[in-house]
Design a protein around this ligand. Sequence first.
Ligand code: CTP
Ligand code: CA
Length: 226
Amino acid sequence: IAAALGNGPLRGRRIVVTSGPTHEPIDPVRYIANRSSGAQGAAIGAALAALGAEVIFVTGPAEVPPPAGVEVVAVDTAAEMRAAVHEALPADAAIFAAAVADWRMKTARAEKIKKTPDGLPDLALEENPDILAEVAAGPDRPGLVVGFAAETENVVENATAKRARKGCDWILANDVSPATGIMGGRDNAVTLITDEGAEAWERMGKDAVARRLAERVARALGPVGA
Ligand code: CTP
Ligand code: CA
């Protein structure tokens, strides 16, 4: 109700959220992608909007539709996501929930690659730009930069190192090993890593993770104009 009346604690705050996978074309019929339903990102967009934020929701081709109440910018590739994020800045905060493909074709093929008796196709790759690291180090850096770290082993150690390497303020680390059933599931089990250390949150629905994160963001940003 507070948000409907425009009185949420994030009222007057502009927040960029990335969500979903990216698709990197190989040829007109094939692509490289991560497994990502976009559910956690959509829940975060919704939770921030519910607290009154102006949310610029930059989303790759996700299974889950974008939430209501956000400004949707639909993209396919990491390069497009990067451009859309830079376009959306400056902002008070940025939350990088997207599962960006790490690699793309050096040269995507204009025609469908055909099987030939001569052997396998040349799928030479190059690395995609790291959108989070770039924004965190850039001139338009929001005051609060939040990343995710999907890990399958040594979750907290890897995510703590990732936080330092990428220069973000917070990392939400999650264990995506198949045994947890988190990838594609309803629940998430995250550890929030800040400059004060690691805080394990109990396993809960993705919506609950999103609400808790949105409340933390509101607390960190404080009242507008303060
Ligand atoms: N990210 C990004 N741009 C990329 C790759 C990742 O913005 N090209 C962001 C993700 O949205 C996430 C964070 O960086 O918030 C961490 O992504 P992750 O894939 O866990 O980290 P990487 O640095 O790509 O490391 P690796 O996949 O090798 O573990
Ligand atoms: Ca990655």
